[in-house]
Design a protein around this ligand. Structure first.
Ligand code: ADP
Ligand code: MG
Length: 595
């Protein structure tokens, strides 16, 4: 009559569970973060539904998470008033439908059994199973508006799980209650102070109140005790234990109540000046589900004038290696809120070329009952999108100006995305091109970002009309190019284009600030400095004559002659084979290359 059914876990999931339940990870406390994160997602969902259908909240109006430990049964009980799950959803979400990330996560976990890997479980879409880091038996009771009955799911982390109609009936109203039977070595999670510490750590940025069931010792003046009922929270409950020995005047009683653990103000609502770097970093980690990484940079801004909104946009520390392969797919990089209510992370507020950024946007000008389908129609989102692109470009410029090392990392990770932006966006091409950096003969091995086109132009010779470049797979390969010698010998700087997207960009952007890009390896080059050369050369030779003589004096036995070189651009000297041999070699090489 309870309609009990047994199901087999999808193979990879049962492998994952047995790995987790038999493990001894130090960071197993992260199960709490994963369960709270799921509760928060479920609360986001019901709140979103209630925007267009106020009856969705029904009898269960309060949106919250509560956590209670029961030392007697060694259980931890986590309850949310979120959207809940139907019987079918319990079966699909918790065990039978494969998640795309499972195999990848298993592989990661098996290849390196350190703590770093297991903390990333949430990123792979299997965060729920982290409960088996601390549990040997778990039951999930859930009630959804879409199912007349409350159901329970139960597993002991073996090959199968059970689902039945909840014999207790509909006790939840709506939502989900997870009962965790702790392993004997995980009883520390029964301690209310441990729980509070962890919940504080992991739920700081959860936008729903989280309560922990706690005991308090209170000293009460005996004759006042009747009036001392402190009942401003309506879900408070009290249990009074009479201490063994009664005193004449004061009485110590143990009071149990729900303690609110997190504060509710979202970080983006605070003035930027009041937020510390640590808070920004922690917020990023919670939002991006990247618990251990540190973003490269961020920008926290308030919409100016016409549209009211707040946003925090981050540059991640690393690019997605499949960025270009995945361009056609939906990205979930920006979470959109309307007046603090989470709406969606599927609306593309940023153009594709900026989809590597992550962050939140909270708009005040949208109606609260906006549906995801009609978002496209709202003009204010287009305005916000424009603002965000501008803010992002400002953030890049500032990083370039203020932190060369970080900008170097930024260019290494996201330089190709910027170039893609310069190809895609006619309106931002100019601005983006100032942000580009290239390795060049002026600065070929530096660990910095490379040279900017502006700095190249600043170093150009008086009569130079073009920006010279060479393409190749790597800087080392380009440095072998005989074409390079010709330019360097004349004292010109050459940009090294090693990114496959460079050629595409140059088709769109044939010049920069009036200077044309010229591929040194193609066609005849006109330098325009041919006349000057002889005169300049003579002057330089005279200037360095004393140094030349001095070096020749001390190196008399080692070298044939000492001459002023124009071949060198960055090193101060080079030892080379005799002119005759070198020229011969060069001639052959040039001939082979058809110059
Ligand atoms: P993810 O959260 O990345 O989807 P999880 O393994 O953490 O992966 O959770 C799997 C799914 O189970 C969730 O997507 C959700 O549909 C469902 N689920 C888990 N916990 C809850 C909950 N407290 N309330 C409602 N649904 C939940
Ligand atoms: Mg999850």
């Amino acid at each position: 009559e309870l309609d009990t059914e047994k199901y087999t876990f999808q193979t990879e999931i049962s492998r994952l569970m047995s790995l987790l339940i038999n493990s001894l990870y130090k960071s197993r406390e992260i199960f709490l973060r994963e369960l709270i994160s799921n509760a928060s997602d479920a609360l986001d969902k019901i709140r979103f539904l209630s925007l267009t259908d106020p009856s969705a909240l029904g009898e269960t109006q309060r949106l919250r998470v509560s956590i209670a430990a029961d030392p007697e049964t060694k259980t931890l009980i986590i309850t949310d008033t979120g959207v809940g799950m139907t019987r079918e959803q319990l079966k699909q979400n918790l065990g039978t439908i494969a998640k795309s990330g499972t195999a990848e996560f298993l592989q990661k976990l098996e290849s390196s059994k350190n703590d770093e890997e297991v903390t990333q479980i949430g990123q792979f879409g299997v965060g729920f199973y982290s409960v088996f880091l601390v549990a040997d038996k778990v039951t999930v009771a859930s009630k959804s508006n879409d199912d007349p009955d409350q159901h329970v799911w139960m597993s002991e982390a073996v090959d199968d799980f059970v689902i039945a109609k909840d014999p207790r009936g509909n006790t939840l109203g709506r939502g989900t209650q997870i009962t965790i039977h702790l392993k004997d070595d995980a009883l520390e999670f029964l301690d209310q102070n441990t729980l509070k510490k962890l919940v504080t750590k992991y739920s700081e940025f959860i936008n729903f109140p989280i309560y922990v069931w706690s005991s308090h010792e209170e000293t009460v003046k005996k004759d006042l005790s009747n009036e001392d009922e402190d009942n401003d929270e309506d879900i408070e409950e009290e249990k009074i234990e009479t201490p063994g020995e009664e005193k004449e005047e004061d009485e110590i009683k143990t009071v149990y109540k729900w303690d609110r653990v997190n504060t509710q103000k979202p970080l983006w609502m605070k003035p930027a000046k009041e937020v510390t770097d640590e808070e920004y970093i922690e917020f990023y980690r919670a939002m991006a589900k990247e618990p251990t990484t540190t973003p490269l940079s961020w920008i926290h801004s308030k919409g100016e004038g016409d549209v009211e909104f707040r946003s925090i946009i981050y540059i991640p520390h690393k690019a997605d290696p499949n960025f270009f392969q995945n361009l056609a797919e939906k990205v979930h990089s920006i979470k959109l809120f309307v007046k603090r209510v989470f709406i969606t992370d599927e609306f593309e507020l940023l153009p594709k070329w900026l989809s590597f950024l992550k962050g939140v946007v909270d708009a005040d000008d949208l109606p609260l009952n906006v549906s995801r389908e009609t978002l496209q129609k709202h003009r204010s989102l287009r305005v916000i999108s424009k603002h965000l692109v501008k803010k992002a470009l400002d953030m890049f410029s500032l990083l370039a100006k203020e932190d060369e090392e970080k900008y170097g990392v930024f260019i290494k990770e996201f330089g190709s995305a910027l170039k893609y932006g310069a190809i895609q966006s006619d309106s931002h091409r100019k601005k983006i091109s100032t942000l580009l950096r290239y390795p060049s003969s002026y600065d070929p091995v530096s660990s910095s970002a490379g040279v900017s086109l502006d700095s190249y132009i600043e170093r150009m010779k008086n009569n130079q009309k073009s920006i010279f470049y060479l393409s190749g797979q790597t800087v080392a390969e380009i440095e072998q190019s005989p074409f390079l010698e010709r330019l360097l010998a004349r004292g010109y700087e050459v940009l090294y284009m090693t990114d496959p997207i460079d050629e595409m960009l140059l088709q769109r952007m044939p010049g920069y600030n009036g200077k044309v890009f010229v591929n040194v390896a193609k066609g005849a080059l006109n330098f325009g400095d041919e006349k000057e050369t002889a005169e300049e050369e003579e002057k330089e030779n005279q200037r360095y004559e004393p140094l030349r003589k001095y070096l020749k004096g001390i190196l008399a036995d080692q070298v044939d002659k000492v001459v002023l070189s124009k071949r060198l651009t960055t090193s101060c000297m080079a030892i080379v084979a005799s002119d005759v041999g070198l020229t011969g070699h060069m001639e052959k090489l040039m001939a082979a290359q058809n110059v």
